[in-house]
Design a protein around this ligand. Structure first.
Ligand SMILES: Cc1cc2nc3c(=O)[nH]c(=O)nc-3n(C[C@H](O)[C@H](O)[C@H](O)COP(=O)(O)O)c2cc1C
Length: 187
């Protein structure tokens, strides 16, 4: 059995539901999967895992501190394992006026540079959109998101229930997870 661990950090919830979907696909592909929200639980040991997926929401151009701490703490051990990194961010669902170079720059900053920073060579990097629940948002997020609502709509967000806007491409997330499973199972 191939054992996988998904470790994530979220503020607004997108990285949690993306992690659950990735876990579902990995299980369908035959992996044994544990999912840990780094804000609620601290991982003590990663020895038994063959594949480690680390996901973070992005705010103000940065990863959350808890998943980043995980990378820092286990960087030595992670170098000997298969690793996948992904982020949930606004930049993955750009507005029509946003330049492709800006999107490429964000992708590099949040994923490639993060891998380099911790001397990792991930088997997969996932650049996914976010979800914005206007019914249930911390005050600091609603200040930012009320101002950004026009941009959010322009980026193709779908209102999946009243007040909940989702910019994720679920097919791309599932395809990424299937690719990850194939890499984990390839020995
Ligand atoms: C206050 C705030 C700041 C944000 N800053 C950025 C940013 O710098 N870059 C970006 O691409 N997305 C940014 N976003 C969008 C988030 O990345 C998006 O909401 C994502 O869903 C966050 O992940 P989470 O839902 O798992 O917390 C920001 C959102 C908020 C509310």
């Amino acid at each position: 059995m191939v054992n996988a661990l998904i470790v994530y950090g979220t503020r607004l919830g997108a990285t949690a539901s993306t992690s659950e979907e990735v876990a579902k696909i990995l299980r369908e592909e035959g992996l044994d999967v544990s999912v840990v929200n780094t804000k609620k639980e601290k991982v003590k040991d990663i020895a038994r895992y063959d594949l480690i997926v680390v996901g973070s929401g992005i705010a103000m151009g940065k990863w959350m501190s808890e998943p980043e701490d995980f990378l820092k703490r286990f960087r030595g051990e992670l170098a000997g394992k298969k690793v996948g990194l992904f982020v949930s961010c606004g930049s993955a669902a750009p507005t029509p006026t946003q330049k492709p170079e800006e999107v490429a720059e964000a992708r590099k900053k949040y994923l490639d540079d993060k891998a380099t920073q911790y001397s990792l060579r991930p088997v997969a990097l996932g650049f996914f959109g976010g979800a914005y629940d206007y019914n249930n948002m911390p005050w600091w997020a609603s200040m930012f998101m009320n101002a950004a609502k026009k941009d959010l709509m322009a980026s193709g967000a779908k209102e999946t229930r009243p007040g909940l806007y989702d910019t994720r491409d679920w097919d791309a997330i599932r395809a990424w997870a299937r690719e990850l499973a194939a890499k984990a199972l390839s020995g």
